[in-house]
Design a protein around this ligand. Sequence first.
Ligand code: 5GP
Length: 247
Amino acid sequence: MAVLKSSPAFLVLAFAFAFFLCFIMSTGSYVYFQFVQQWPPTNCRVRIKRPCSNPRPLQIFTIHGLWPSNYSNPTMPSNCIGSQFNETKLSPKLRNKLKRSWPNVESGNDTELWEHEWNKHGTCAEQTLNQMQYFQRSHGMWYPHSITEILKNASIVPSPNQTWTYSDIVSPIKKAIRRTPLLRCKPVPALPKSQRGPKSQRAQPNSRPQSQLLHEVVYCYDYDALKLIDCNRTAGCWNNVDIKFPP
Ligand code: 5GP
């Protein structure tokens, strides 16, 4: 075996295999899309170390991104080889629509967020959606199924104190879109040092928090980004922990 491993043929084969794997990863092999919408108040509330430079006081779910994904690792692929973001490929009419549906809720620089999302995620599905189609399709996914409206109709509205269960929030969305969405939460950030209780009474980092903030709602789409499909429930919110929907 040792002789085989050092033989030139083995080295060539190993190199070719590694090259093939890198090629697959960088050209964006994916199975489905995650269309991720975020709740802007949670975005800025959890950014304690690097606060939002220009938080937008929006009370509607806005687009975070359209991510080609794999079931084994939903955060992959990313940063694929492909054309880099070029704003001129977006018509002025589309840019105006995106300013509503896909704003940069942290810094206010919308183009910067579109550029980040296209370069990190869009490039991995360029074989399916070119840049114009990627942004057009995303806006089209946002527009007809407004999560903000669906939740409002189910009397789930932003509130500083009220809490909900995972299924309280998922059920009306599931009923409206007839597919299972996925929720993502963030732990309620720790109080400033001066307001904290004794160390023994505080939650340890990575431990189950006492309550969590609704952060993102994910809709899943098929390979062509045309048909809604059920999302797999992966890690996103802690089980059996109340969910807050902060204004
Ligand atoms: P991803 O990079 O995979 O698209 O998502 C994670 C990152 O997106 C996080 O670093 C998060 O801060 C960032 N993000 C989400 N929404 C916004 C936004 O509205 N503006 C900016 N600048 N970053 C955002």
